[in-house]
Design a protein around this ligand. Structure first.
Ligand code: PHB
Ligand code: FE
Length: 321
């Protein structure tokens, strides 16, 4: 086994974070901790790591699989083995260490950069990217450092910068090729020609080049609407520290729902176009989307929510029927 920063036979560096050591070979990521070693397929590991990094550890818990994950405390982050898996913590086989967010971010970024080979894009659907496997060959910084297209005003309005132009490579995804953009009719009052605007949001989303990466499309105080295109499976099992809502815009996602503490299966929620559902604050969930679909996620970014749910002051579900 290579020690920190040494390059192994396959060309990969290993990394230390507290008492964790991360190393990879051609197929697997191996995470060693004082109680043993946990191993997961390196393509899954990199897809999850990409999101944990890009989302700044997200809301609550990001499980890379049923064993390894991170929990965000907004300033510090817990890195754990088995904390959301009853078989581990009931037998005292779990392990948790807390790090300053900046420290873990640095290490995770370095792993991502060193372990991502040329041609592998952790944000892309498996059908649309090269392989994560094999001995180290090249890198893929453009994919890891891709910036979101940001709008200054409503997309397409005068002075806006948020259009996804064909010329910049934002072509319609193969799975949305049958979508026919709407011809929008706009009748502004005289003098408001630059103020009143509309655009076809479905057409906009057909051009998304990433999967499972919600982007904020509207923000009103703490209410964040985040659109995303999905294909294959959400690379993380998310244990949110608050309620969130999903509006299925087209096609279908099945949500696999597990208990937040034990990891035991709780429900399977099938969301078809037009369906809306809430994910409670005490579960873990992973979505699967056999065909590329469009999803709108509604998150409440209020920083006081995690404590209110954790202390039981708020019920874990949003409505009582
Ligand atoms: C979620 O965990 O709620 C989530 C994350 C990424 C997505 C969709 C949903 O693309
Ligand atoms: Fe979630």
């Amino acid at each position: 086994m290579a020690s920190e920063n040494q390059v192994n036979e396959q060309g990969y560096r290993s990394f230390k974070l507290g008492d964790f050591t991360f190393r990879r070979d051609e197929y697997f990521a191996h995470i060693s901790y004082p109680g043993g070693t946990h191993t997961l397929s390196v393509d899954l590991f990199l897809r999850a790591l990409m999101r944990d990094v890009a989302w700044g550890f997200f809301y609550g818990t990001v499980n890379f699989d049923s064993v390894f994950g991170t929990t965000n405390h907004y300033g510090t982050v817990d890195v754990f083995i088995g904390l959301r898996n009853e078989a581990y913590w009931k037998n005292n086989k779990h392990f948790v260490q807390t790090f300053d967010s900046n420290e873990i971010m640095k290490v995770f970024r370095n792993i991502l950069e060193d372990w991502t080979n040329e041609g592998f894009d952790p944000f892309a659907a498996p059908e649309e990217t090269g392989s994560a496997f094999g001995p180290k060959h090249g890198s893929n910084r453009p994919a890891l450092e891709r910036a979101r297209v940001t709008a200054k005003r409503m997309v397409g309005a005068k002075g806006d910068t948020g259009l996804r132009r064909e010329a910049d490579g934002y072509t319609v995804n193969r799975q949305f090729a049958d979508y026919k953009p709407e011809k929008l009719e706009i009748y502004p009052e005289k003098g408001f020609e630059d103020e009143v605007h509309a655009f076809d949001f479905f057409d906009y989303l057909t051009r998304s080049d990433v999967t499972w990466n919600p982007s904020i499309v509207s923000a009103v105080r703490n209410n964040l609407l985040c659109a995303t295109t999905e294909e294959y499976q959400l690379p993380v099992i998310h244990g949110n520290d608050r309620v969130e809502w999903f509006l299925q815009l087209c096609d279908q996602i099945d949500w696999l729902v597990y208990d937040g503490q034990t990891g035991k299966p709780r429900a399977r929620v099938t969301a078809k176009a037009g369906d809306i559902c809430a994910m409670p604050a005490d579960i873990q969930h992973q979505g699967i989307s056999p065909k590329r679909s469009m999803l709108l996620v509604w998150e409440n970014g209020d920083p006081s929510l995690p404590d209110l749910y954790a202390s039981g002051k708020l019920k874990p579900y949003p409505v009582e029927f």
